[in-house]
Ligand binder design. Structure first.
Ligand code: F6R
Length: 250
């Protein structure tokens, strides 16, 4: 089912698998149209299926990552890139190790740097220098975060150090042996980095995301629900499974 609400294109797919295939299709079309695209990448559970589909498309010679540059949204801080819970490790194991992307052109905030401010500025500059992000992939936190832009009184604009919300720490504890092992901080692209992307796709699956999806589309734009800012972007596609779309379809 395809909807258009407030100028936002929304695809509602029956299941997580079909949602993942649809998002992989959008990414592969982007690459076909612009082989040297700059992709903004997300981690977490939601895009795992999309990455699996992209690997399949690559193995079937339907997509070529040869000229792709990528920037990940975020990374825990502090964390080593060979730690299994780092997003650097996630990207290698879920995508980069399985396709022909040039790893020298894949960028993830450095979770181990001693000079976070400098690293953040350099990250913004690198995004700027390649001409910005063509297609940004997003998930959404239960609290409405995108990247690790947590609910706040202001929007953080550029790449920055974030203190993670208790809700985020709780939600992400499932990946760690113990909740105390979840890093308390992360480095995240800011709202301006995300909003300057030429196109954005946001994915969500499962009933647990239904309320936040409803609120981000129908609520007012506020830094207290960071994803609500996407109402103001002119090229956003939201991909949902039926459960996540529960409150927006009748
Ligand atoms: C991950 C990220 C986060 C996740 C969000 C949803 O790079 O930026 O915003 O997209 O926390 O996570 P999942 O998909 O695990 O529900």
């Amino acid at each position: 089912m395809k909807l258009n609400i407030k100028g936002i294109t929304i695809f509602v797919e029956d299941y997580y698998l079909s949602m993942s295939k649809k998002s992989a299709e959008i990414v592969s079309h982007q690459i076909a149209n612009k082989p040297n695209s700059v992709l903004g990448l997300a981690t977490g559970s939601t895009p795992e299926g999309m990455y699996k589909e992209l690997i399949q498309l690559y193995l079937n010679k339907k997509v070529n990552f040869d000229n792709i540059t990528s920037f990940n949204l975020d990374e825990y801080y502090p964390i080593n890139k060979d730690n299994k819970n780092s997003y650097a490790y996630y990207m290698n194991s879920h995508l980069f190790n399985h396709v022909n992307i040039d790893k020298d052109k894949t960028f993830i905030p450095n979770g181990k740097t001693e000079n976070v401010d400098k690293m953040c500025k350099e990250y913004d500059q690198m995004i700027y220098d390649v001409g910005g992000i063509d297609l940004q992939i997003l998930g959404i936190g239960n609290n409405g975060h995108i990247g690790f832009n947590e609910p706040d009184v202001d929007f953080e604009l550029t790449t920055h150090l974030v203190k993670l919300d208790d809700k985020t720490i709780e939600a992400n504890a499932r990946f760690f042996a113990n909740i105390d092992d979840v890093p308390k901080f992360a480095v995240s692209m800011g709202i301006q980095n995300i909003m300057q992307s030429k196109k954005i796709i946001l994915m969500a699956s499962g009933e647990g995301k239904a309320k936040i999806i409803h609120d981000m589309i129908f609520g007012k734009v506020t830094p207290n629900l960071p994803a609500s800012i996407l109402q103001l972007h002119n090229n956003v596609t939201i991909l949902l499974d039926k459960k996540a779309a529960k409150l927006i379809i009748n």
